[in-house]
Design a binder for this molecule. Structure first.
Ligand code: NAD
Ligand code: MG
Length: 391
């Protein structure tokens, strides 16, 4: 078996760490080409010692100096680089076969695109990149012969429930609906009137999944599910009307595909991201992920309910952005990133998140853009407007 070489963008995050955990179980199959992190130099240094990548990338010159010192002291020869251009270089490098795109937010867009343009196998966790750039990203994947495998547990589940020759044509595949499951997050049953007073600590305490802080807040507002609706649209070629969100608090059914003959196919498993990561790493083979077997008798029962768009206005905003099209999803994403960061810093209340996004979307007309430069300009316009609503 030939060893596959991987670049992990966002190696120190929740997805990055889970990816390395799966790789460690299969040393004869995988080696690491590059690891990247923004600021967590200590963890990145420890990962470099263990994995001996060719390159490590950090966010700033100061972090690069610090990392270099730690690595040289430990006798590790990994080359150290920093900044956005270095991220793109390790994502598109000849020395890597596949890229785990696990940077959080818009910062992941350009390196993930670089992987697409270099025709890599891309394991996509960074949903914001696809939400922002939609058609431009999918075109890059197709035009450069890249392979896109979803890591987001819902999309990975859907991928597993689709026919093997699926080509993003839901009609031809006989798909009636894509059913995206959602846990509902920590505030599924909390009195809506008290939502404005929730703290960042309450919002990031997800009942089922341990994740980074930004996606945890997105799960509490259900913007995460909204971004996933848009992600599903691009990955599977499904119109908004064919993508339905179903609340499923146990997080055991990771999503479903409903076919025109009445069949509904589901993928089940314990809520552990190592399952979708292993599925995509080894696809079409199966490898051990270190995940405990699912014990349905212990779980006992599975519940489902409709999503409440009054409790979760962010979900409605995301459907609106998908329907509006063009730059609307990028504007939604930019406003959300700014608002969530402000909430996590204690500068705004929880309910201001959806209000700021709605206002930014209302004031920013969606336009057609032909390239990533023009898209990033609109992203900046939306960020500035969101920022002005906060200060
Ligand atoms: P995290 O916050 O735990 O990790 C983020 C990683 O990105 C870190 O390695 C960090 O150093 C790096 N990073 C942050 N800002 C950066 C910047 N400006 N430039 C370069 N690197 C930067 O996040 P996470 O929970 O691992 O999520 C990563 C992505 O995966 C997100 O897009 C998230 O939506 C998606 N995702 C995560 C999960 C999960 O279970 N954690 C599930 C599905 C999808
Ligand atoms: Mg998900």
């Amino acid at each position: 078996m030939t060893i596959e070489r991987i670049t992990i963008l966002g190696a120190t995050g929740s997805i990055g760490v889970s990816t390395l955990d799966v790789l460690a179980r299969h040393p004869m199959r995988y080696a690491v080409h590059a690891l990247t992190a923004h600021a967590n130099v200590a963890l990145l240094a420890a990962q470099c010692k263990r994995w001996q990548p060719q390159v490590a990338v950090v966010g700033t010159a100061a972090a690069a100096l610090e990392l270099t010192a730690l690595l040289r002291a430990a006798g590790v020869r990994t080359e150290v680089a920093y900044g956005p251009a270095a991220l793109c270089a390790v994502a598109g490098a000849a020395g890597c076969d596949m890229v785990m795109a696990a940077i959080v937010g818009a910062a992941g867009l350009e390196p993930t695109l670089a992987a697409a343009r270099a025709g890599k196998k891309i394991l996509l966790a960074n949903k914001e990149a696809l939400v922002m750039s939609g058609r431009l990203f999918m075109d890059a994947v197709r035009n450069h012969g890249a392979t896109l495998l979803p890591i987001d547990s819902e999309h990975n589940a859907i991928f597993q429930c689709l026919p093997h020759d699926f080509d993003r044509d839901c009609q031809r595949a006989g798909i009636a609906k894509i059913l995206l499951t959602a846990s509902g997050g920590p505030f599924l049953t909390r009195d809506v009137a008290t939502l404005d007073s929730v703290t960042p600590a309450e919002a990031v305490a997800h009942p089922k999944w341990v994740m980074g802080r930004k996606i945890s807040v997105d799960s509490a507002t259900m913007m995460n599910k909204g971004l996933e609706v848009i992600e599903a649209h691009w990955l599977f070629g499904a119109p908004a009307a064919k993508i339905e969100v179903v609340i499923h608090p146990q997080s055991v059914v990771h999503s479903m595909v409903s076919y025109v003959d009445g069949s509904v196919l589901a993928q089940l498993g314990n809520p552990d991201m190592r399952t979708p990561i292993a599925q995509a790493l080894a696809y079409p083979q199966r490898i051990d992920a270190g995940v405990a077997p699912l014990d349905l008798a212990t779980i006992g029962s599975l519940a489902f309910e409709r999503a409440d768009l009054v409790r979760f206005p962010c979900l409605k905003l995301a459907y609106d952005a998908l329907t509006e099209g063009n730059t609307a999803p990028a504007v939604l994403n930019a406003a959300n990133e700014v608002a969530v960061a402000a909430f996590l810093d204690g500068r705004i209340g929880f309910r201001m998140i959806d209000r700021i996004i709605a206002e930014v979307m209302h004031r920013t007309p969606a336009i057609a853009v032909a390239d990533i430069g023009a898209l990033l300009e609109q992203d900046q316009v939306a960020r500035r407007l969101a920022g002005s609503l906060i200060h």
